[in-house]
Ligand binder design. Structure first.
Ligand code: ATP
Ligand code: MG
Length: 450
């Protein structure tokens, strides 16, 4: 049975601000499969509703379920205050100072619960470019919907009644595969320039078209990203790169003119001719792993994105007379320093990147105790995967990757015989004539490992 009923009191369309009632869609129309709904999210909405509050699954989870994907996480919105929410659950933690949210934990699973936010940011403190700095007001559900970014992200799902409440025409936009900002796009980008990155991520990830009015201000507004705290830009970049559609996202960023200057990483990644194949492979690899539900380490990802910059600097240091290994460390320092300023790479990620890079020359040593020592390295797997990428991109001979695959799989005796086996391409992979200090050439050479 079709249970669509329109309850617009003033009936002037979703963005007029007069009409607060949402369109309501029943199961036949929204098509959400109840099996896709997290049982913990249902526990949260049920508990809140039983205590007399409104509670809905909201945002990306609703969007993804309507599209037929299994959401990666579930957010809940309610009219209960953080304190009221906390009291209803055994493991609930109020976090955040600027806008308090509640983390409700079930084992490892986390449901993020937010109180409906008030609509107007007019009175909120802003920086000189109009970016909202703090805004803590609670509000009505329709106000909460208006504060969200895109129409498709402003739908609320009640698992109990299996109804979707759609305040801004999100369902229609989902059907026409259109990404539309709620309200005046320019003002919304100004309030929070991170939305410039979000629009690109969603367009690429969902394969949606950006509505013309939502798209028009993007390139003009692009420099505003510079005013956003680096840690937030980093978080958003990470989401973009881990979306399972990293390559499409980067292409779209470039298309929208969003990569220049604001994110030094992307200048490097998208415009280094040498590294293009490597980066393309690395991103395709990452996308594939994410789609298969396998873990991806941010350290590995950023190590790949910046590898060719490291190679370039490594070569420059060696050409200037530095020994290979110190040269590699100097190159890594330079690259990490130049990126951390704007990218706020966390220390843990930077450490992983350095480990992966530093391991590379060690793979070229195939004699004595060296390979055994490398087997004990805690990050061996990441270093080895990285080596395979270098092989696949043609930067190093594939034979080296094959040798390590065999060596890692072999047991004692076979390992010894592998150590004694002279690589067929040994001369190409380890050109002795380049053993001179300050010798030129790429990292193929065994000298780098000396
Ligand atoms: P996904 O989790 O798949 O990346 P999402 O839409 O759930 O996508 P989140 O960052 O988890 O994105 O945010 C949850 C919801 O909060 C969004 O759907 C949107 O309604 C709202 N939201 C998040 N960030 C913003 C923002 N910068 N401006 C306005 N609304 C936002
Ligand atoms: Mg989400």
């Amino acid at each position: 049975m079709i249970r669509k009923f329109i309850r617009r009191l003033l009936g002037n369309g979703p963005n007029t601000g007069e009409a607060h009632a949402p369109l309501v869609f029943g199961p036949d129309e929204h098509g959400i499969d109840p099996d896709d709904v997290s049982s913990n999210a249902v526990r949260v909405t049920e508990t809140l509703q039983r205590a007399g509050f409104k509670a809905f699954i909201v945002g990306g989870a609703v969007r993804d379920m309507v599209l037929g994907f299994k959401p990666k996480d579930f957010d809940v919105a309610t009219n209960a205050t953080p304190e009221q929410i906390k009291r209803l659950f055994r493991r609930a933690f109020i976090i955040g100072r600027r806008f308090q949210i509640v983390h409700v934990m079930f084992g490892q699973d986390l449901i993020e619960v937010t109180t409906f936010r008030g609509s107007s940011s007019d009175g909120a403190p802003k920086d000189e470019h109009g970016r909202v700095l703090r805004d803590n007001t609670f509000g009505e559900q329709h106000e909460d919907a208006e504060r969200r970014d895109f129409t498709i992200n402003a739908m609320y799902y009640d698992p109990e009644q299996q109804l979707v409440l759609d305040y801004h025409g999100g369902m229609k936009d989902i059907r026409s595969r259109s990404l539309r900002m709620i309200g005046d796009p320019e003002a919304r980008y100004r309030e929070d320039p991170v939305r410039l990155l979000r629009v690109v991520r969603f367009a690429a990830k969902l394969d949606f078209k950006i509505a013309p009015t939502t798209r028009a201000p993007i390139s003009v507004m692009a420099p505003l990203i510079n005013n956003v705290p680096v840690a937030r830009v980093f978080d958003e970049m990470l989401k973009l790169l881990m979306s399972g559609h990293a390559m499409a996202c980067l292409q779209q960023l470039r298309q929208e003119g969003l990569h220049h200057g604001l994110l030094p990483l992307l200048d490097v990644v998208l415009e280094q001719p040498m590294g293009e194949k490597f980066v393309t492979l690395a991103l395709a690899n990452t996308d594939e792993r994410i789609r298969q539900g396998k873990p991806v380490s941010p350290g590995f990802l950023f190590a790949s994105l910046l590898w060719h910059q490291v190679l370039e600097k490594w070569e420059a240091y060696r050409a200037a007379g530095e020994y290979p290994i110190p040269a590699l460390h100097l190159a890594a320092d330079d690259v990490l320093d130049s990126q951390t300023e704007k990218l706020a790479l966390q220390r843990r990620i930077a450490t992983d990147m350095r480990d992966i890079w530093a391991m590379q020359p060690r793979f070229e040593r195939r004699a004595g105790k060296s390979p055994y020592k490398l087997l004990e390295h805690t990050r061996l797997r990441a270093g080895y995967d990285f080596l395979l990428l270098r092989c696949a991109s043609g930067e190093v001979d594939g034979e080296l990757g094959d040798w390590w695959t065999e060596f890692m799989q072999a047991d004692g005796v076979d390992r010894e015989s592998l150590l004694n086996r002279k690589p067929p391409e040994a001369d190409a992979a380890t050109p002795k004539r380049r053993r001179r200090r300050g010798g030129r050439g790429r990292s193929k050479s065994a000298e780098d490992a000396q």
